[in-house]
Design a binder for this molecule. Structure first.
Ligand code: SF4
Length: 471
């Protein structure tokens, strides 16, 4: 049985896409890790990379080629200094060389060594293949699939049995989670924490969750304080800046923590609360669209939903929320995301936007409902409601960029999550008609039926009807 940690669902990385940026970046790192010793012993002549399927069709807009290169250079998404990205790319452009893993110099240029193949490989829509050729004309070749949310699998390992599941409470679906809570008289957090403790010690969990929150908070803060136009050519204006300016008014602050204190004292009315939720979500996804640092939650395209709902919770719903409450929120959201991944998909290339914004909205709804005092059954109902009303949502990013409709879609997903949590908390579970696991199955069935045009190919929907000239 597959086991997924909350820390697999929330990964600190760089925008704009988890499947098209983060995953291929990790694939490069894996490829180097596997062969670096060999590369050091046996001189390399060249290396080239083929991008298949959706990675080819929307790879340029999603910065897949850049991510692949940054991985080959040996940069780690979580720790790379964002200023180094441009410098590294300019160096390749000027010298036509690449320093593999920061040590082996190779002839390289982006146009010739990265090939966009307009064909799909059978296992998954997102595939990247590496060819390394040695001076003696021997070669190695590896294919990786980026299966959503930054998760990757290597072709030769597709059938490899999962390592033994170390979780004391293995969970495959919502019903199993509900049963554990009922029979053991525990809440969801107890179960999730017990599972996490089988992988890392309490201190590591504490540090890890705090880091995730700090990154989410900082992406909101950065987005709210950065004006300008997003890169990529669509001429999309960053809107969080002006929205934030209008909302914050004359309040002053000199640091991020002072700013947070200001927000906690605002007590906005309904209209302004809605504007703040929008502002938080836009901020994160504008940072994401400009290759800034965000948390995949569960993907980069949907990275704004959970931080927006979490900020709504700590600023307006419960300004007394403690760091422990924030950790609980993240643990619940992460667990629900893992159930969606196991039962369906979190890859837009496999399931359209229902798999990204739909799942992130369901994760946020569940976490918020839990923090509002919802029972386990109500928490699952909240996730179900949020996902139910995203079923069939297509992925059609204009010009292959994670901007239109993606950025606004996060704001709408966050709002839906809050409504779903509030609906669930007023629902008697005995009256609920659609179990969470049935909506997850329905999402998967819908994904199977969805025309490939609407699965992150930019060949249908808005991507077809809106073009650069309109922007
Ligand atoms: S349309 Fe949705 S799934 Fe597609 S790239 Fe945008 S946010 Fe991601």
């Amino acid at each position: 049985m597959e086991y997924i940690s909350v820390f697999d669902m929330f990964k600190i990385g760089i925008g704009p896409s988890s499947s098209h940026t983060f995953g291929p970046w990790n694939a490069s790192l894996k490829f180097i890790e596997k062969y670096f010793d060999l590369f050091q012993k046996n001189p390399l002549k060249s290396i080239h990379i083929e991008l298949f399927g959706s990675l080819s069709l929307t790879g340029k807009g999603h910065a897949t080629h850049i991510a692949v290169v940054l991985g080959l250079l040996g940069f780690i998404p979580e720790t790379i200094d964002l200023n180094e990205i441009q410098t590294a790319l300019e160096s390749i452009e000027n010298t036509h060389t690449l320093l593999l893993n920061n040590s082996i110099k190779l002839k390289f240029n982006l146009e010739d060594n990265i090939i966009f193949k307009n064909e799909f490989l059978p296992f998954h829509q997102n595939a990247v293949r590496y060819h390394a050729i040695f001076n003696d004309n021997q070669s190695v070749c590896e294919t990786y699939y980026s299966i959503g949310g930054g998760f990757i699998v290597q072709e030769n390992n597709l059938k490899t049995a999962q390592p033994i599941n170390p979780f004391p409470y293995p969970i495959q679906n919502g019903n199993e989670l509900l049963n554990y809570c009922k029979t053991l008289n525990k809440n969801i957090k107890d179960i999730v924490l017990a599972n996490e403790l089988s992988l890392r010690n309490p201190e590591a969990i504490d540090i890890g969750l705090n880091k995730i929150f700090a990154t989410m908070a900082s992406s909101i803060y950065t987005g709210c304080h950065t004006p300008g136009i997003l890169p990529g050519g669509l001429n999309v204006k960053r809107r969080a800046f002006q929205l934030h300016k209008d909302l914050i008014g004359n309040f002053t602050y000199s640091s991020q923590s002072e700013w947070l204190d200001v927000l906690k004292n605002l007590k906005p009315d309904f209209k302004n609360t809605l504007q703040w939720i929008t502002c938080f979500a836009l901020a994160v996804n504008e940072v994401n669209a400009s290759m800034g640092r965000i948390v995949t939650a569960p993907t980069n395209g949907s990275a704004g939903v959970i931080p927006s709902v979490l900020f709504y919770y700590i600023c307006f719903e419960n300004p007394q929320a403690t760091p422990n409450d924030i950790q609980t929120f993240l643990l619940i959201a992460g667990e629900l995301g893992s159930i969606f991944k196991k039962g369906s998909t979190i890859s837009a290339a496999a399931g359209g936007c229902q798999a990204e914004i739909g799942v992130s909205s369901a994760m946020a709804a569940a976490a918020l409902c839990n923090m509002m005092g919802g029972s386990t059954a109500q928490v699952l109902i909240a996730a179900e409601i949020a996902l139910e009303h995203h079923l069939g949502l297509t992925c059609d990013p204009v010009a292959g960029l994670v901007q239109i409709p993606c950025i606004e879609r996060n704001a709408v997903g966050a709002t839906k999550a809050i409504q779903a949590a509030n609906l669930a908390i007023k629902t008697n579970p005995d009256d609920a008609k659609v179990p969470l696991d049935k909506v997850i199955k329905t999402m998967w069935d819908t994904a199977q039926d969805m025309n490939f045009k609407y699965k992150e190919t930019s060949k249908g929907g808005l991507a077809l009807n809106v073009n650069m000239a309109d922007c």
